[in-house]
Design a protein around this ligand. Structure first.
Ligand SMILES: [Zn+2]
Length: 331
């Protein structure tokens, strides 16, 4: 195997490789760009025209997708997979990965789309670097652009694997990409209706990629991810890398959700009336008192068939402490 196939090992050790460019016997080029970033270029004669950005470890302790990227890259570096697409492999937050923690100082996935200019520290610098390396990867407007940013959630979920689809005004949703997600084992997609500051919101709105944040199950330490089944996703990623179609697959229709409201924590008096271990996508009845805050502020569920995702009363004041979502359709 080519030494650059060990990008994860290099990244965890904080090592810069001696040889930054290596070629497989078939002529695919691996190029180390910066810490945790490696570009694969197939031979021009077999190039499918797809630019595929695969990122994981934006939250450093979310190991299952990090291990998935590691497997794919090792397969390429040992010619078990012969790429026909350009690929950018990115490990999002190397220092947090080394520490086995979600982040060092702050959540990097709130620092894109200009937010890194308003903050300092290692995550702000890294978010800026990730934007630059992504922008130079997606440099040819003639090519198809696709980005999967892979995560595992802090908490359990009634819907184990789901995707978040960013928002851009007047931009239609891609039915093809939604069907690809369904084939990849994704059960539900949350369609955002506002701009955001996540990595995929940046590549979607600024770089024109089809971009999805994938939540793939509950986070566990390295080597303990047997409960997170990524087989369908891995098969789809291999197909994308190899530039081939996959046979149609029998799976339930995707469930689509829209954001009804973001619950914002305004003060230290904020109380979220949910059990600490509540699962994502738990249904909440109409009339339910969801949260209370300073000055008798009350958050009551008014929406029908509402569900909660990403509840977190410990966020800083002014930030989102949960999202109320409701079923929707593409319409
Ligand atoms: Zn995450």
């Amino acid at each position: 195997m080519l030494a650059l196939g060990r990008l994860l090992e290099l990244t965890l050790a904080g090592h810069e490789p001696a040889a930054k460019i290596q070629l497989t016997p078939e002529g695919s080029r691996l190029r180390w760009l910066t810490e945790g970033a490696l570009e694969v270029t197939p031979p021009a004669a077999v190039d499918s025209g797809l630019d595929l950005l695969l990122s994981a470890g934006i939250h450093g302790n979310e190991t299952a997708p990090i291990e998935l990227l590691d497997r794919l890259l090792q397969d390429i570096a040992s010619s078990r997979i012969k790429p026909r697409s350009r690929i950018l492999f990115l490990f999002g937050n190397p220092e947090a990965m080394r520490r086995g923690e979600r982040y060092v100082e702050q959540d990097i996935n709130r620092l894109f789309n200009g937010q890194h200019d308003l903050h300092s520290g290692p995550e702000a610098i890294r978010a800026s670097d990730l934007e630059h390396v992504s922008a130079s990867f997606f440099n040819d407007p003639q090519r198809t652009r696709l980005h999967y940013d892979m995560h595992t959630a802090i908490r359990g979920s009634r819907i184990e694997q789901f995707a978040l689809y960013p928002y851009q005004q007047d931009r239609p949703r891609s039915e093809v990409e939604l069907q690809r997600l369904r084939a990849a084992g994704i059960d539900a997609v949350l369609l955002y209706s506002k701009p955001s500051v996540t990595f995929t919101a940046y590549t979607y709105s600024q770089l024109g990629a089809e971009s999805f944040t994938l939540e793939l199950g509950k986070a566990r330490p390295f080597g303990q991810n047997q409960m997170v089944n990524l087989d369908l996703l891995e098969e789809q990623l291999k197909a994308l890398i190899e530039g081939r179609d996959t046979p149609p697959i029998e799976r339930p229709e995707l469930k689509l959700f829209a954001v009804a409201r973001e619950v914002i924590k305004h003060s230290d008096d904020f109380i979220l009336h949910l059990p600490v271990d509540i699962e994502n996508f738990t249904e909440l009845p109409q009339g339910y008192l969801l949260a209370e805050d300073i000055a008798s502020m009350r958050w009551v569920v008014e929406e029908q068939d509402a569900r909660i995702i990403f509840p977190n009363p410990k966020v800083r004041n002014g930030l989102r402490a949960g999202i109320l979502i409701v079923p929707t359709s593409l319409g």
